[in-house]
Ligand binder design. Sequence first.
Ligand code: FES
Length: 214
Amino acid sequence: MENTYLTKKETLKINEDTYLITLENINFEIGQFLMIETNKLVRKPFILGTWDGKTAISVQIKGKGTKHIVETTQTLKAHFPLGNPFIPPKGKGIVIISPTCLTLANLMTEKYNCDVLVGSKTPLKIKIPFDYAIGDEYFAQKIDNLNTYDWYLISGSKSMEEFVLSKIDSPNVFVSLEEYMGCGIGACKSCAIFTKNGVKHVCTDGPIFRRDML
Ligand code: FES
């Protein structure tokens, strides 16, 4: 595990409030995340992925800390890699994401040749090589007409994840719960969730869980 400064390479606007930031390459496994310290000394988690052959994250501006990460600083104080690697079951899968997980989806397609569906509330500002839906209504239509896959990985807002879970009747559905994390290293206990196997911590037991655990 490393605790160091990473240099931003490029920042691309994905949609109205979400940005893709490429970084110098670091070692990590699919499913792992990093924590970035903001100017307020708060640490925020971001799932790791790739873009244009570089390590990359997607950041939604939600407040001063994320605005600082996107717009102000050129170096990011980061702690990585954290969390457990994710290996999907065999067969054809799909990654259903919000723009905040675009780089994870990109890495998944590179490694597993899976399909991707991106649901964005606002129009996209960059070209992406994936299927996408703009707006909740169109996204819901896409989900209703989804092909059957051997496995599904859902990563987005809590409401989006709950909606997609309610529509897919398969045991092989995996959900990324990184939005629950505070410290990312098992110290603060703020990411505790109640599962069928008792209390789990998203940062050290996840961040990706199979649906029948939840
Ligand atoms: S985020 Fe602090 S214990 Fe998991």
